[in-house]
Design a protein around this ligand. Sequence first.
Ligand code: SIN
Ligand code: CO
Length: 389
Amino acid sequence: MILDKFPTADAFYKTYWGKKPFIVRNFVDSTLMETFVDGDTMAGLALEEDIKSRIVTNDSSGQQWECEHGPFDESRFSELGARDWSLLVQNVEQYHTDTAKLLEHFHFSPRWLLDDIMVSYSAPGGSVGPHTDSYHTFLVQGIGVRKWKLSANPVMDKNYIEGMDIKVLQNGFEGEDFEVRMGDVIYIPPHFGHEGVTLETAMTFSVGFLGPKMSEMMAEYAAYLEEEESRDKRYLGEGMAVDSGAFSISSQEQNTIRRDLINAIQSDDFTRWMAQYFSTPTYTDIENIEPRDEPLEEADILDALQKGEVLHRAEYIKLSITTAFDGALNLAVYGQVISNALAHKPLIEILDRNEIISIKNLDGLGEQDAIITLITQLYNLNVLSFEDW
Ligand code: SIN
Ligand code: CO
């Protein structure tokens, strides 16, 4: 379970992703971790109406848990005492963007499936109990010391203790114990048992990847088709024969309907929809995304690049890229496709590789006008910025 060093991206997908948990010690540098959110800031976030937070208290018998949902009153924190509680805050990468830098360590992972960074701050004894998640999770240890029990196999007995707001496995699971400290990382595939207990006041950064359910994708794609009448064809029963009379849907018509639905998915529309769907933020309505207060013109962007400035994508910004039938890339952010032009392909590939954009690499990207147009658009959407970061 404990690896000497982090697996290569190739080995990660072949051996571990979805299959096997592992631990790597000292994966994240403590100087970087010191810039991440701290306990006081977490408590501040938990007072906010729009931020998802929970306080989980447990008793030392290990049988009783209680979960309260935020927003909390400041006074709630002074009542918590010295032991047996955890504060959990979701989407911290959006509210404390320095914490998003942790994602640089996980660029090999499917960033398009990233749900959020959830942070827990827990007092000694604090635990959310033995459980499994539908997520792939990297648990990165911040301050403190925690003991994690981890299962080597997926947990089959998914009976949960009844009447509680959190899912705690009634019968626990078979596993081995490991102690983790600052910078250590644990990878947990979906459905593998895990249970953390805090030994010394601790913070854990959970980088979670969650795939959608078929029903969610179908509902969302249906809504997308509905947006434009031309995409949303009606079944008209053309070519229907006598065997579809009365209440029988003939085999031929069953196949026609099935084929119509398959065609709707085997389309460039679907490829485009996938890009926008997977770039949709999990923490807010798309309407809330604010474009930059002081937008720049294309000439200003080019000028700044020529003066030696460089552009970066901030780590909290999630992109999603799919390949259209003509080989162009659909680039989406905040649930919208921003480009599907072939001329933008080299720039989009650079963004995918997390490279900076400078005058040096601009030349190799093809037609400059087209490239600057997209860069400007991304800058004005706050996707790219000149700030040092
Ligand atoms: C925790 O940090 O206590 C919970 C994280 C998890 O189990 O996903
Ligand atoms: Co978990």
